[in-house]
Write a protein that binds this ligand. Structure first.
Ligand code: ASP
Ligand code: MG
Length: 423
């Protein structure tokens, strides 16, 4: 069985959905499980609904729901000429469920409410696309991923119960047929909806592929494949054709954003190739993350990670920064949910490049300054070059103030102050 994943950008309007149908029509195979995200920016729009609900802003709430409705009805009106088509009452029903949940809900828990509401983006998109494909003769069955992907009750970041998930997926899917299902969502042991974290649909595709022992996963994107650098910041980019799993994991770890980092491990475990292809140019092969020894072509890869802070710590009394101090530092980082992107230590100083997603930096600095001399440079950019060639590292950050450099075998890194560096 093949697993296809279509993200928000690939189903953002009626024409894009027609394009999905044409991609499927060209593939003679019928044994495909299609995982789909919410259309366009729907997830953000539903997040606004949740915000308004918690702020008890009645007018804003009604407006934000209407925005999501209008967007989808416009697409349905374009795709389905027959106004008595069952899709209309299906989608009316889903919007009805949103309203009645919000009316009845008593839970003050943000992340619980978030998952119950935001998941409708995927439920709506898959209903529309499944019906549309069936009408075009692309026979498929719609599946509710909440009955298949089982997680714990860690709302907004559900952790997969692999045993239960594998059991339900294998029970419900006939590997010779075509299915349409949702990315990003699952359910907890009480069947409340959970989500897997923003941009989690790639991960869903990997979960299905792993449980079905799929042949391959194809992620359809608006780029040609995996490039050796982010075209928003680097003027010359090249397509990576074959990428070893380990290399893709490293690239994702250092901040390359093409592939959701959790996606790769289940696939690597069963040697399932992950193809990244362009839905605009489906005739092109794109990139494949698979079981190869070497990156091909073997060229330097550049990763730019912004919103970083550089911390330098030294002891107040000229003593060494040793194990006990280091464990103190890492405990604080864990407490404040601050991620470390780079680490460099010498006998008397300790440098950390950190990412503060939850805005806890000031608390961290306050606690650290009780024990260390602390200096912090906010808003730095971390550049990582994998497989640098002679001058591929030097030209990074030219003319910029370089705050720190680090060299390891295949990975060279540089922290610079300037945010707007374009090469
Ligand atoms: N719709 C979800 C999001 O935008 C999941 C995904 O697209 O992967 O985060
Ligand atoms: Mg999305």
């Amino acid at each position: 069985m093949q697993i296809y994943k279509f993200g928000g950008a690939s189903v953002k309007d009626a024409d894009s959905i027609r394009n999905v149908a044409s991609i499927l029509e060209k593939n003679p195979r019928k044994d495909i499980l299609i995982v789909i995200s919410a259309m366009g920016k729907t997830t953000n729009a539903l997040e606004e609904v949740v915000e308004n609900y918690f702020q008890q802003n009645q007018e804003g709430l009604a407006q934000s729901i209407d925005k999501v409705k209008d967007f989808h009805y416009q697409i349905i009106n374009t795709l389905f000429e027959n106004k008595n088509h069952p899709i209309y009452w299906k989608i009316d029903g889903l919007f009805g469920e949103i309203s009645s949940f919000l009316e009845r809900n008593k839970s003050p828990k943000y992340s619980f409410v978030y998952d119950q509401i935001v998941s409708f983006g995927e439920l709506i998109s898959t209903q529309i696309i499944s019906h549309y494909l069936n009408d075009k003769g692309i026979r498929n069955t719609w599946l509710d991923a909440r009955n298949l992907v089982k997680t714990n009750s860690n709302y907004q970041e559900g952790e997969v119960d692999w045993q239960e998930t594998e059991r339900s997926i294998r029970e419900s899917i006939n590997p010779s047929l075509m299915y349409v299902t949702q990315g990003f969502i699952g359910s907890d042991p009480n069947y409340f909806t959970t989500t897997l974290g923003r941009e989690g649909s790639d991960y869903s595709a990997a979960i299905f592929a792993y449980c079905l022992k799929g042949e391959n996963v194809t992620i359809w994107k608006d780029v040609a494949g995996v490039l050796n650098a982010d075209p928003r910041y680097f003027s010359q980019t090249q397509l990576l054709e074959k990428i070893p799993y380990q290399e893709a994991i490293e690239l994702a770890f250092y901040g390359a954003s093409v592939i959701h980092p959790k996606t790769l491990q289940p696939l690597q475990r069963l040697d399932i190739p992950l193809n990244v292809r362009s839905f605009l140019h489906p005739e092109q092969a794109g990139s494949s993350v698979c079981n190869v020894k070497e990156l091909s072509p073997k060229i330097p890869c550049y990763i730019r990670k912004q919103h970083q802070h550089l911390l330098s710590l030294s002891s107040l009394d000229f003593s060494f920064i040793a194990e006990e101090n280091i464990s103190f530092i890492f405990n604080l980082l864990a407490t404040y949910q601050i991620k470390v992107s780079l680490l460099q230590n010498s006998a008397i100083s300790f440098n950390l490049c950190i990412e503060d997603k939850y805005k806890n930096l000031s608390f961290l600095l306050e606690d650290l300054s009780k024990r260390f001399k602390v200096s912090c440079t906010e808003n730095v950019v971390l550049y990582t070059v994998r497989h640098a060639q002679q001058d591929s590292f030097d030209f990074l950050g030219q003319d910029k103030e370089i705050l720190l450099e680090q060299f390891a075998q295949n990975t060279q890194q540089k922290i610079v102050r300037d945010e707007t560096l374009i090469l």
